[in-house]
Design a protein around this ligand. Structure first.
Ligand code: THU
Length: 160
């Protein structure tokens, strides 16, 4: 007999003033990092900020290349840096923010599929979910309690 394997996903939406100050700060660091993105081809500027369990807050942005597929997303730049330089620290919270060209207003963003799989890997390695905060165009923030809410059947042990 076959059996159905089901997962329910959900995101939580917060108005800015409903967020704890440390989360506001994390999202703000992502927003500021987007201003320094190297995105001359897409002009889509993404910033990511990562809080580690040693209290360190790292941030990075997307880094594009004239050969488009070579470019890297903000999330994978910051996660790779964290993993390379602070392998002993657990990543706890990740924020992302984006803007188009010179527009002041943010555009809504969620992590792409590659980044979702990368976040899955780090959750597996450190044995705990990474909370993900995504700034939306209207200034509200979407929260995923862990990567399962965005990639419920990622490449990992499905029983894990
Ligand atoms: N991008 C990110 O940095 N993160 C995402 O999750 C989505 C896409 C970047 C990649 C590329 O430089 C630009 O946004 C347009 O796709």
């Amino acid at each position: 007999m076959s059996k159905k394997i089901e997962k329910t996903v959900s995101l939580e939406s917060f108005e800015w003033n409903e967020l704890d100050e440390n989360i506001q700060d994390l999202v703000e660091q992502a927003r500021l990092s987007a201003l320094k993105a190297y995105a001359p081809y897409s002009k889509f500027h993404v910033g990511a900020a990562l809080l580690l369990d040693n209290g360190k807050l790292l941030s990075a942005n997307n880094q594009e290349n004239a050969s488009f597929p070579v470019g890297n997303c903000a999330e994978r730049v910051v996660l790779g840096f964290a993993h390379a330089n602070h392998p002993e620290a657990k990543p706890l919270k990740l924020a992302i923010a984006a803007r188009k060209g010179d527009e002041k207003k943010p555009v809504s963003v969620t992590p792409c599929g590659f980044c979702r799989q990368t976040i899955t890997e780090y959750e597996q390695r450190y044995g705990q979910p990474i909370e993900i905060f995504m700034l939306a165009a209207d200034g509200s923030v979407l929260k995923a309690a862990g990567i399962d809410e965005l990639l419920p059947f990622g490449f990992k042990d499905l029983n894990g």
